[in-house]
Design a protein around this ligand. Structure first.
Ligand SMILES: Nc1nc2c(ncn2[C@@H]2O[C@H](COP(=O)(O)OP(=O)(O)OP(=O)(O)O)[C@@H](O)[C@H]2O)c(=O)[nH]1
Ligand SMILES: [Mg+2]
Length: 321
């Protein structure tokens, strides 16, 4: 395979890694677009086929309809003369959906620590994201502490402690089976006493359908807000992009129970086509803070709508000669 430039002395930028890794480097959208329009004419049939493509790429029926309606209006105004105009039209529609959710997380230090709750289903990437964020915040000059609120899974505390050691960040933990709300409160008190800027709270993975466990998260939030009514300052939902439309269902339920204030979409480097980000942005309108494209520390970066749209629409390897 070729198409990717070697740059031995300079690490690849995040955007080029995103382009190379999204849907395993197959830029399905531009590749399939070119195939849809072999003769170069855009008509209703082309848009109908595009509609199926978007639905298959996890964009979802509702959000796809929004994009297609936009394009049909452009077509009626005779603005879609060729493939380039169609691509520009899609990019415009995609940006209209993504730009409003591009809102970076701002750490403004209140009285106590800035508290971030990390929630999501099992294996979505919560603990890893905490590790990556701990590093990022440290590099930005903030003092950081981690709370081992996953007291359920046996190795969870060790996993968090490993991240803590790697980044020289203290971890507050109790024995496994302890009440997670007690761990969080303990950590919050410690963070306040030590004048820590950011407290990142890990929680055990749970399915959105497990109502008892969802209530437990709400209780963890209450324990902190009782002592600092502005906390938690961020309830961050971690979603695994490879779960497709299921991630949207998770997002809706977590939002309903907890009031999500930020989203992290991980694993965009796998087989995920990335359309799920459009579905989530359109349905929830909750800020997408970061996206993850791999397991390394710098594989997590702030979400940038334009970069993401470009990655969706850029020429992939399959278009190379
Ligand atoms: N490829 C890839 N893997 C990721 C990404 N983010 C996290 N992972 C991997 O996903 C796996 C699960 O990550 P965790 O951080 O343990 O997930 P979790 O949500 O804490 O899981 P539980 O605590 O079991 O609920 C790990 O192997 C991570 O390295 C990503 O953006 N891309
Ligand atoms: Mg975890």
């Amino acid at each position: 395979m070729f198409g990717k430039k070697e740059k031995p002395n300079k690490p690849e930028s995040f955007i080029s890694r995103l382009r190379a890794r999204l849907n395993r480097g197959d830029s399905w959208l531009s590749y399939d677009l070119a195939n849809l329009v072999p003769g170069g004419t855009i008509d209703d049939d082309v848009l109908d086929e595009l509609e199926s493509l978007l639905v298959m790429a996890d964009v979802g029926v509702e959000t796809t309809a929004l994009i297609i309606d936009d394009l049909k209006n452009s077509l009626a105004r005779k603005e879609l003369k060729d493939l380039a105009a169609l691509r520009a039209g899609i990019e415009h529609a995609v940006l209209k959906i993504l730009e409003p959710v591009e809102q970076s997380l701002v750490i403004d230090k209140p009285e106590g620590p800035f508290v971030i709750f990390m929630v999501g289903v099992n294996g979505a990437g919560k603990t890893t994201t905490i590790g990556k964020l701990a590093r990022r915040f440290r590099e930005q000059g903030h003092s950081v502490m981690l709370a081992a609120g996953d007291t359920f899974r046996a190795a969870a505390v060790e996993q968090l402690q490993a991240w803590g050691e790697r980044n020289d960040v203290p971890v507050i933990a109790q024995q496994s089976g302890a009440d997670p709300a007690a761990v969080i409160f303990d950590a919050w008190q410690a963070a306040r006493a030590r004048n820590i800027d950011v407290l990142l709270a890990d929680t055990a993975g749970r399915l959105q359908s497990q109502s008892g466990l969802m209530d437990e998260l709400a209780k963890m939030k209450r324990v902190v807000s009782r002592h600092d009514e502005s906390a938690p300052h961020e309830t961050m939902l971690v979603l695994d992009a490879s779960q497709g439309q299921n991630a949207l269902i998770q997002a809706e339920k977590f939002n309903e129970v907890l009031g999500i204030t930020g989203i992290v979409v991980t694993k965009l480097d796998g087989s995920a086509k990335g359309g799920i980000l459009l579905a989530i942005a359109n349905r929830l309108k909750v800020p997408v803070r970061f996206i993850g494209i791999g397991e390394a520390v710098d594989d997590l970066q702030p979400f940038n709508a334009r970069e993401f749209a470009t990655a969706l629409l850029s020429s992939g390897d399959r278009n190379s000669p």
